[in-house]
Design a protein. Structure first.
Length: 202
């Protein structure tokens, strides 16, 4: 009986991982976890490059944790008042918008503050979104196994992203090239979520 049940679960899982929706969500989760892991190790240096004062460049990143909590609370308070699928679509855009503010406002400290707000709120809400999308768009019964399959790719992305940011830094351009790469990766990640939703036929 146990072996038969396990075989049925494995067969169902095999079917699910062949669906395009699973792969769209896999790209979304892996890329977004990578780009949000790229910045913490470089945050102080990155904000200094925006022209932010030394003391603020050290103090402002400390607010990211508070902003993450605020973002999660916002989702909790509004979850019964807004469409969850629309929320998934739009809150994830805060991450690429954060990168874009840094690129637009290079050398201007106030843009660095805006980036921290967007990144903090977006990262907080992204934690919830990435943990629920497999259940919403692929399978509630197998969400644990499906998310587990992404464990190694996520770990590799989170380890490689900070290294890549450092590798792309230069004395002439600073973090500009790395930010463009992270912006591109985050846009692809968000687009992959949108494709998953489209494939799910909301």
């Amino acid at each position: 009986m146990g072996a038969s049940w396990a075989a049925m679960c494995n067969a169902a899982l095999s079917t699910l991982v062949r669906q395009p929706t699973f792969w769209h969500l896999a790209v979304f989760v892996v890329l977004m976890m990578g780009v949000t892991s790229a910045l913490p190790a470089h945050m102080v240096s990155l904000l200094r490059e925006t022209g932010m004062a030394e003391s603020w460049a050290i103090a402002v990143p400390a607010s990211i944790g508070v902003l993450q909590v605020m973002g999660r609370l916002g989702l909790y308070v509004t979850e019964h008042r807004v469409d969850v699928h629309a929320t998934n679509r739009w809150v994830t855009l805060l991450i690429p918008l954060g990168f874009l503010t840094l690129l637009i406002g290079a050398g201007q400290g106030l843009w660095g503050v805006l980036f921290v707000v967007l990144y903090g709120l977006g990262n907080g809400m992204l934690t919830i979104v990435k943990g629920t999308v497999m259940a919403q768009y692929v399978s509630r019964e197998h969400m644990g196994s499906l998310n587990g399959l992404l464990g190694l790719p996520i770990a590799l992305a989170r380890a490689a992203a900070p290294w890549l940011m450092g590798l792309l830094w230069s004395a002439e351009a600073g973090y500009t090239l790395g930010l463009w790469w992270m912006l591109g990766a985050s846009v692809v990640g968000v687009a992959s979520l949108w494709f998953a939703q489209k494939g799910h036929r909301l």
